[in-house]
Design a protein around this ligand. Structure first.
Ligand SMILES: Nc1nc2c(c(=O)[nH]1)N[C@H]1C(S)=C(S)[C@@H](COP(=O)(O)OP(=O)(O)OC[C@H]3O[C@@H](n4cnc5c(N)ncnc54)[C@H](O)[C@@H]3O)O[C@H]1N2
Ligand code: MOO
Length: 399
């Protein structure tokens, strides 16, 4: 079967992306980084009433010339709505409601007090240090839109609205299975010639680092029954099942046969790494079978599993940006290529491949400290130093 182009694979995938999952309720403390499932609408004005933003005396603006009579105190949290008449002042504190009849607050620094007499030494303009009703938000305002990822300020706004429980989109669950007769897990004895399985650990961690629920389902040998059982097991408890290995042309590449029993969206893409990737639907769920090489499985997870997970939670966790190449780069492979790059920011983004090893897709260590992939369209060509390139950023660049 001829491989399809990268663009074609993305088109097919985007036409088959899932709808976002339903919602669930979480305590506000657990809502950080979750996707809001319903608009948050203010049920009251904040502030509820005109409020002092400094410590001082509430007065009528036109009363600033003569001597005023201090008729009392108005501490924050006192809900007596004091009334103020002409010629009077009420001591009022930061956060206190302004008395009815007062339109201005003269700060303590501007006045002289003798007994209950107040003299204003330095006048202020009308409305000084008074927060308007609804200055922060007004009743009926849509404060946070459905689909927004909840960060610290959203947590604060929800708290200020008195909302202890929030409706958020359920987190997508992705299960990861490594396959291969030669690979062994950490709990098994290692014999020369075997390969310690890294993919199930790397991809579980990658899924979790991007905010999804990653489940490491361990290893299945090159055995159709075992592989199928593990995939079916994964499908029961997760939205997406990832397999690694067993998808190319070897005699023991059974995963592709098992995954083919489902509704295959595509198998084989003209990309480097990852040309043997296979994506299938299993009813509402997905099986994404990635090549076994550690670098290939990492890249293809980002390219094909991540869009499904993002769609399920209705959020984007990767960014596509332009960056300038810090050195010439010769693209020798005609496939659409994804290259691990160092990325730096100095007013613009810059990328380079300094210190990255050249070789097969078996090189996982190139991804240590890596946050981005340079995306190079099909063809062989030379890129010049200073040229703009497309970059897929999958980690926080400023951390
Ligand atoms: N005759 C051909 N051979 C290969 C081709 C080809 O076109 N013709 N394509 C190569 C490419 S490209 C890739 S990518 C691999 C993909 O093969 P599989 O997906 O079937 O992967 P495996 O053969 O099972 O494994 C490949 C490689 O990765 C190691 N591996 C597998 N799983 C893990 C794991 N969990 N942790 C660490 N390392 C793992 C495995 O030992 C192999 O070395 O096919 C090429 N061959
Ligand atoms: O497709 Mo393989 O992942 O190029 O090495």
């Amino acid at each position: 079967m001829a491989h399809i182009s990268f663009e074609e694979s993305i088109k097919i995938l985007s036409e088959n992306l899932p709808k976002s999952k339903g919602s669930e309720k979480v305590f506000l403390e657990n809502a950080l980084n979750r996707v809001l499932a319903k608009d948050i609408i203010a049920k009251f004005n904040n502030p509820y009433k005109e409020t002092a933003s400094m410590d001082g005396y509430a007065i009528k603006y036109l009363d600033q010339d003569g001597e005023l009579k201090i008729i009392g105190k108005n501490p924050a949290g006192s809900f007596e709505f004091n009334k103020l008449k002409s010629g009077e002042a009420i001591k009022t504190y930061t956060g206190s409601f302004m008395p009815d009849g007062a339109d201005t607050l003269v700060p303590i620094e501007n006045v002289e007090v003798k007994g209950n007499k107040l003299k204003i030494l330095k006048k202020v303009e009308k409305g000084f240090a008074v927060r308007e009703i609804g200055e922060d938000f007004k009743k009926g305002d849509v404060l946070i839109k459905k689909g927004k990822v909840i960060k610290s300020a959203e947590i604060g706004v929800l708290a200020s609205l008195g909302i202890p429980v929030v409706d958020v989109v359920k987190k997508p669950i992705v299960s990861i299975i490594s396959t291969g007769e030669e690979i062994v897990d950490l709990d098994s004895k290692y014999e020369i010639g075997q390969i310690r399985s890294s993919n199930n650990y790397t991809l579980t961690a990658l899924a979790r680092s991007l905010g999804f629920i990653g489940i490491n389902l361990g290893i299945a040998g090159d055995n159709k029954k075992e592989i199928k059982e593990k995939i079916l097991d994964g499908l029961k408890n997760s939205d997406v099942v990832i397999t690694t290995g067993g998808v190319s042309v070897g005699d023991f590449d059974f995963v592709k046969e098992i995954t083919s029993e489902f509704e295959v969206l595509f198998y084989g893409v003209n990309i480097k790494p990852g040309q043997w990737v296979m994506v299938a639907k299993a009813g509402e769920k997905y099986i994404v079978s990635l090549p076994g090489f550690p670098y290939s499985s990492f890249v293809t997870f980002l390219l094909y599993a991540l869009p499904i997970l993002e769609s399920l939670e209705n959020k984007k966790v990767t960014k596509k940006i332009k960056a300038k190449l810090l050195h010439n780069f010769v693209k020798t492979n005609p496939k659409y290529q994804f290259v691990a790059v160092n990325i730096t920011f100095d007013g613009s983004f810059y990328v380079d491949t300094i210190g990255k090893k050249q070789g097969s897709s078996g090189i996982l260590t190139n991804l240590i400290n890596n946050k981005a992939l340079m995306c190079l369209k099909e063809g062989t060509y030379e890129l010049k130093k200073g040229e703009d390139v497309d970059v897929l950023v999958y980690d926080d660049l400023f951390r």
